[in-house]
Design a protein around this ligand. Structure first.
Ligand SMILES: [Zn+2]
Length: 462
């Protein structure tokens, strides 16, 4: 069983300010957490936070803390009615990297009363923040035994993973990567699971790079089979795979295995909207890349990643032909979306009307065509021009962006690169900072909500 705690960068920053005050004494906060339970995974995700004011604590020393629980009674009431979990997090400003005997006693009492409120037997969590913001912790089960968390991940401008253990043997192929990005980055990549939705033009060169960087596990999702028209851009496709109508995910999965660097592959030949299994696999991922044109697919991923606190990289290419074999404009953009901040919607990537039109097209292309002719519905672009050199460039840009979030190496802080557009016709890159976009007020309230009915509040998926 793998136990995981996920915290948005937004909440992590608030916790850091509160738990590590200038006076160097301990402090405490409590959070409501959404859940994800599937297979061997139990993931708790911080959804809502209550800081216990320093002046309300009975005792605050550098190694001791006593505090009243009145302020979190609304949380107890909520866990009695929902399957939400409780996180108790305090700080060790002195840097002590274990739970103390005092912690054992206070956790035991606290979680005993937590289980008094709940109607299910699912675990809750206790955690400790160390100086610099590092977090470790343990899950408490209903018989009050506890087990250490395997991975605490922070999903913000930077993606942090605090693991119980981290010791992959260094493969020879990785030495050149390590020279540039360090062993820690390699270890992080090796232990990560990444989801790629869309295995065509931008997806296939992106996957190639992830594999050669040594990513541990990769989830591939794409409904289509290889066609002759794809041979201009999808790596590893051949005339044979086009003749045989081989599923794109199978061609790529086979290639990854024969490359032989140990990357585990989980392929799904499906549209996201048709397979809850594929969505469940994405939830277990440490990062998701959206490499598709469809607006409804991008919207779904943005929503999923907010509910389950997953870093999301969205790739899009705009290649406008002039109709005479020439090019009007070529632009390609990578959006980095983190929970609780701006979304593709608030960044103006599409409107809800676009999402509805795309959904109509997906469910019933014939009916969509009628509506479109009668101008009842917006146009959905389905056959855009596509060129391998443009796709590869934006895929590389996305991977460099991903690496910069694990191991910041660019001049400015990662928050300055929330969206990067390569304008190939003009020959420059424009970066936009997260602070220049508007927060998505709906998704802000949903971060870390986890399992809920209907699934991510999209009834179509339930
Ligand atoms: Zn402690």
């Amino acid at each position: 069983m793998a136990l995981q705690l996920r915290i948005s960068g937004l909440h992590h920053e608030v916790l850091k300010q509160h738990l590590l005050p200038a006076d160097g004494r301990e402090a405490v906060a409590v959070a409501l957490c959404g859940r994800y339970n599937s297979g061997g995974n139990k993931i708790l995700m911080v959804h809502d936070l209550t800081l216990i004011p320093h002046n309300e604590c009975y005792t605050r020393e550098w190694d001791l803390l006593c505090w009243p629980t009145e302020r979190i009674i609304p949380y107890f009431e909520r866990i009695s009615k929902t399957d939400l979990a409780i996180l108790k997090i305090h700080s060790h400003p002195g840097g002590y990297e274990k739970f103390s005997n005092v912690d054992d006693k206070s956790d035991h009492e606290f979680f005993d009363s937590v289980f008094g409120w709940t109607t299910n037997n699912e675990p809750h969590v206790s955690a400790v923040m160390l100086p610099e913001g590092k977090i470790f912790g343990r899950f408490f089960f209903n018989d009050l035994h506890h087990e250490p968390i395997d991975n605490v991940s922070i999903v913000g401008d930077i993606i942090h993973h605090y693991k119980k253990k981290n010791s992959h043997i260094i493969d020879e192929f990785a030495m050149r990567t390590i020279q540039a990005f360090g062993e820690k980055t390699y270890q992080a990549l090796k232990s990560m699971t990444v989801g790629v939705v869309g295995c065509s033009g931008t997806g296939s060169p992106l996957i190639e790079q992830l594999v050669r960087l040594g990513i541990g596990k990769i989830v591939l999702i794409d409904p289509d089979t290889v066609e002759f028209k794809n041979l201009n851009r999808i790596l590893h496709t051949t005339i044979e795979s086009a003749k045989n109508h081989a599923p794109k995910v199978d061609v790529i999965a086979k290639a990854i295995k024969s490359i032989g660097l140990g990357t585990e592959v989980i392929p799904f030949q499906t549209n996201l909207y048709d397979s809850i299994d594929s969505l469940q696999s994405l939830i277990a991922c440490d990062a998701v890349f959206g490499c598709m044109d469809s607006v409804d697919g991008r919207h779904l991923l943005n929503q999923l990643c907010s509910f389950y606190l997953i870093p999301y990289f969205d790739l899009g290419v705009k290649l406008e032909a002039d109709g005479n074999g020439g090019v009007e404009k070529i632009c390609a953009t990578v959006h980095y979306i983190q929970p609780g901040k701006s979304s593709l919607l608030t960044r103006g990537q599409y409107t809800m009307e676009d999402v509805r039109a795309a959904g109509q097209y997906r469910r019933n292309p014939g009916e969509y065509e009628n509506l479109r002719k009668e101008a009842y519905i917006k146009n959905v672009n389905v056959n855009n021009p596509a060129v391998i050199s443009v796709n590869m460039q934006i895929a590389s840009h996305a991977i460099n962006e991903f690496l910069n979030r694990i191991h910041p190496y660019k001049c400015d802080h990662p928050s300055q690169y929330a969206a990067g557009t390569i304008d190939i016709t003009e020959g420059y890159i424009v970066n936009v900072a997260e602070s220049d976009f508007e927060t998505d007020p709906y998704l802000r309230k949903k971060i870390g909500r986890g399992d809920i009915v209907p699934f991510i509040e999209m009834p179509e998926l339930s």
